[in-house]
Design a protein around this ligand. Structure first.
Ligand SMILES: Cc1cc2nc3c(=O)[nH]c(=O)nc-3n(C[C@H](O)[C@H](O)[C@H](O)COP(=O)(O)O)c2cc1C
Length: 226
């Protein structure tokens, strides 16, 4: 697959087919992704790749944790509180959120169905594989960018195997449960989760097209014509 095709065909998939992904395929995706650059080549990424009964256990324990500590009730490390977002970011965020609800036929005021969609994160949107990306706390915040680059590589490498992904910052809300189930030491920060699997092309959640600004909206060129 051409890189351009991988980039254009990648979307955040929020509904997956009930079709397993072999461990060897996950390994091959990570084998590509590991070539990501990182500051001073520190390669700060740690990944837990989970499937099958272990994934069910994560769902179970995380849901139990969220019963006691509702999603959104805790202060998040290294995440801007929603009320602090300024324009144009605030509007972009609103637009993609509402776009998803529209695609799913969820009324904007329907908090119950909106919450049901949020809850889909717990189930990795039906994906057979969950990936968790963590980093040693001593490397934060400096190397978080490295982890982001690595995750980007994973998302694009997945396309090489005709698989889709959805990055999930959502999992930061239930970190204590993840530390326990995955046996991740406390001095590691679980930055993101990621659903990985075969996309359900018919599902309305996957019909959402998120827009992007043109290059001139975010890049100021200088010195090229001198
Ligand atoms: C770091 C990161 C965390 C994200 N966390 C979530 C999440 O928790 N749940 C979710 O449904 N989508 C999540 N997304 C997906 C974004 O909403 C999505 O990338 C964005 O709307 C652009 O859409 P696209 O990926 O389909 O191009 C996340 C994306 C990134 C890069």
């Amino acid at each position: 697959m051409l890189l351009a095709d991988a980039i254009h065909s990648r979307i955040s998939a929020r509904a997956f087919l009930d079709q397993p992904v072999p461990q060897e395929t996950v390994r091959q995706i990570l084998d590509l992704a590991r070539h990501a650059p990182s500051g001073s080549n520190m390669q700060p990424w740690h990944v837990h790749a989970v499937s099958g009964k272990q994934l069910d256990r994560i769902v179970e324990e995380s849901l139990a944790f969220a019963e006691e500590h509702p999603i959104g009730s805790q202060e998040k490390e290294f995440q801007t509180p929603a009320e602090n977002f300024i324009q144009p970011y605030k509007s972009r965020r609103y637009e993609v959120g509402m776009g998803l609800y529209d695609a799913l036929g969820i009324e904007r005021k329907d908090k119950v169905r909106r919450n049901e969609q949020l809850m889909q994160n717990f189930y990795f949107f039906g994906a057979p594989v969950g990936l968790f990306f963590s980093i040693h706390r001593t490397l934060m915040p400096g190397q978080l960018g490295d982890l982001g680059i690595f995750m980007g590589n994973v998302m694009l490498a997945a396309r090489q195997f005709d698989l889709h992904t959805c990055a999930q910052g959502f999992w930061q809300d239930v970190q204590p449960a993840l530390h326990r189930v995955l046996d991740i030491p406390e001095d590691y920060f679980i930055f993101n989760g990621m659903a990985l699997g075969h996309i359900d092309p018919e599902h309305p959640a996957n019909s959402l097209v998120s827009g992007r600004e043109e290059v001139d909206a975010f890049c100021q060129f200088a010195g090229f014509d001198e």
